[in-house]
Design a binder for this molecule. Sequence first.
Ligand code: ATP
Ligand code: 3PG
Length: 413
Amino acid sequence: MTAHALDELLAGGVRGRHVLVRSDLNVPLDGDVPSLKVADDGRIRASLPVIRRLAEAGARVLVMAHLGRPKGAPEPKYSLRPAYERLKELATFTVKFAEDTAGEQARALAAELADGEVLVLENVRFDPRETSKDDAEREAFAAELAALTGDNGAYVDDAFGAVHRKHASVYDIAAKLPAYQGDLVRTELEVLNRLTDVPQRPYVVVLGGSKVSDKLAVIENLMGKADYILVGGGMVFTFLAAQGHKVGASLLEEDQLDIVRGYLARAKEAGCSFVLPTDIVVAEKFAADAAFEVVPADDMESSSFGAAGLGLDIGPESQERFAQQIHSANTVFWNGPMGVFEFPAFAGGTRAVAKALTGSEGFTVVGGGDSAAAVRSLGFDDNAFGHISTGGGASLEYLEGKALPGLTALDRG
Ligand SMILES: Nc1ncnc2c1ncn2[C@@H]1O[C@H](COP(=O)(O)OP(=O)(O)OP(=O)(O)O)[C@@H](O)[C@H]1O
Ligand SMILES: O=C(O)[C@H](O)COP(=O)(O)O
C-alpha cells in the first residue's frame, strides 16, 4: 500500500478543517534562556511549504514538533518558542503559539483558530507519553492530539527527520485521523531512492556526529551497500578503542565495542572498507578556546593532556585522505559532522569533507539537521550539493532498508 499524498487532502478541500501537521522543527539554537535564537533555520524553511499550502487552502493548521531530547517534562531550553518566532518571521499568514501541547491552552487556541491560521504547539516531548515504549500510553497521547482537530480533522506527516521514531506524534497519530504524506517526506524519499536503487560506484558513506549509538546500528547494513565507510566525529573513538587504542576522555560507547569489533572483522567479506582517521585533534577541554594538539589516532594519550584529552576533530592528514576518497567516488552520502564544528578551532574536518563534496563530480547527499547546519554555517551554498536532506538518523535508517514507523503508519491508513 502507498501513502495518501497531501495533494489528495487538498483536492478534497480543507477550508475550515483542522489539519494536524507533524513537522521537524528540531533546529540548533544559540544563546541562553530566555533569549534563545534559531542558529540555523533550514528545517523551518523546509517545513514551510506544506504549512503554507494548507494555510492558503483555508485549513486551520496545527503544527506539532519536537526540539532536542527533553526528559518527558517541560524544560525552557527545549521550548519550541524560538522555532515558532522564526516561522512567524518567514510566514505570510498568521502564526500563533500554544504554551502547552495538548492541554488547556492548546485546546482553546485550536478551537479559536480561523481559516488559514496556524498554531504551533509546544514541544511534543514535554509529555512523557510521546516517546513511551508503552503502546497504550502513546496511543492515549495521540488521541489527545487528534482531539485538537475536532470531528473532521486530518493528519499530515511532513517530519522526514523523525520518520524513524515510533513516537505518538509520528506513528500512533496516523491511526487516529485520516493520514497523508507531506511533500517534504515525499521529495526526501525520491532523492534517497537514488541511493538505494542503483548507486553509481564507488559509493562512499561518511559518518560522524554525536548520536553514536543510534548510528552505529546502521553500519551493519551499510557495509553491504557502500564500498567505503569513512568514520569521523564522535563515533570514531569507539572504532579506535575497538582496535585497542586509548582515546582519553573522548566520546566513547563502551557497550558497543564488541559490535564495532564485529564490523571491523566482517567488513572485508561484506565488500566494504572502513577508512578511519590517522590523526586526531585533541583538546584540553570541551570549549571553543581550549588548547589543542594534533596526535596520531593510535596514540591519542601522547598529547600533553594525557588521558584527560578529548578528541574534537579529525586531523589534517585524515582530512586530506578523506577528501581524496570522496573525490574518487561517484556517489557520496554524508551524515554527521567530523568534529565539534560549532567551535572554529575544531571545524577543519567538517570543512574539508564539505569542500570535497562540493568539488565532487558524483551525486552527493548531505543528511542531518546538524550536518546541514554545519555546511551552511561554514559558508557553503546548499546548491553546491546534490541534495541536503533534513533527516540524519532518518535518512541513514532509510538507506539501511529498514521499515520506518512514520512511513509504515501512513501505509496503514
Ligand atoms: N568528536 C566529537 N566529540 C563530541 N561531539 C562531536 C564530535 N564530533 C562531532 N560532534 C558533534 O556532533 C553533533 C552533531 O551530531 P548529530 O549526530 O546530531 O548530527 P546529524 O545527524 O547531522 O543531526 P541529526 O541526527 O540531529 O539530524 C554536533 O553538535 C557536533 O559538535
Ligand atoms: O535531529 C533529528 O535527527 C531529528 O529531529 C530526530 O531527532 P531525535 O534523534 O532526537 O529523535
